[in-house]
Design a protein around this ligand. Structure first.
Ligand SMILES: O=C(O)CCC(=O)C(=O)O
Ligand SMILES: [Fe+2]
Length: 198
């Protein structure tokens, strides 16, 4: 009998597949000691999954506001399901670019923890949400990372003399402390974790 996966299980399954690809792209599969690999792998398998449901009502004057201000997500990867109404924009080469909704697809965003873990090889994506004058919009964001009590730091395999460590250790509680101490602006949490300007 085939078992139907819940949305949350599907998002986790997809995340783990994406992590496999990311680790391979970083050269972290098959080149490290088996035990190290198993430990990193376990951090991903046992990781945290925060699901956020966003609803943006229509707005008679959409040019005067934003549905969500520019920010980057705190985790490794965000798997986002958006409905058919446009609104999400990412910043690319200094310009805001709309992410066209495609039926039956997810948007995958790189988050701050992946930028830190990869020692800057991946860059977290700055994004924002516009509102619409006639239609309301909904999205479901699945933010995945290590467990809430775990420390995220640049992988030791990606730090050497030519690529010095660029980010401080971080965890979920330092993120919460940061966002509750100031108005979150753009990628300013990530900025606070940087050791050098990158
Ligand atoms: O609604 C969207 O498309 C994006 C939502 C988002 O960026 C978030 O929940 O962090
Ligand atoms: Fe986001």
């Amino acid at each position: 009998m085939r078992r139907q996966l819940t949305y949350s299980q599907q998002a986790k399954f997809l995340y783990i597949k994406l992590v496999e690809a990311v680790l391979e792209s970083l050269g972290l599969v098959g080149t490290t000691m088996k035990e190290d690999e198993d430990n990193v792998w376990k951090e991903f398998q046992d990781g945290s999954h925060l699901m956020v449901v966003n609803c943006y009502p229509s707005c008679p004057q959409p040019d005067l506001t934003l549905g969500m201000p520019p920010h980057s997500d705190y985790g490794f990867l965000t798997i986002l399901l958006q409905d058919e109404v446009e609104g999400l924009q990412i910043q690319s080469q200094g310009k805001w670019v709309t992410v066209e909704p495609l039926p039956n697809s997810f948007v995958v965003n790189v988050g701050d923890h992946l930028e830190i873990f990869s020692n800057g090889r991946y860059k977290s994506v700055l994004h924002r949400v516009l509102v619409n004058s006639s239609k309301s919009r909904m999205s479901v964001a699945s933010l995945h990372s290590f467990g809430f009590d775990r420390v995220v730091r640049p992988s030791s395999k990606l730090v050497d003399e030519a690529n010095p460590r660029r980010y401080k250790d971080t965890d979920f509680s330092s993120f919460l402390e940061y966002v509750s101490s100031c108005e979150p602006k753009r990628k300013n949490f990530l900025e606070s974790r940087k050791l050098t300007s990158v």
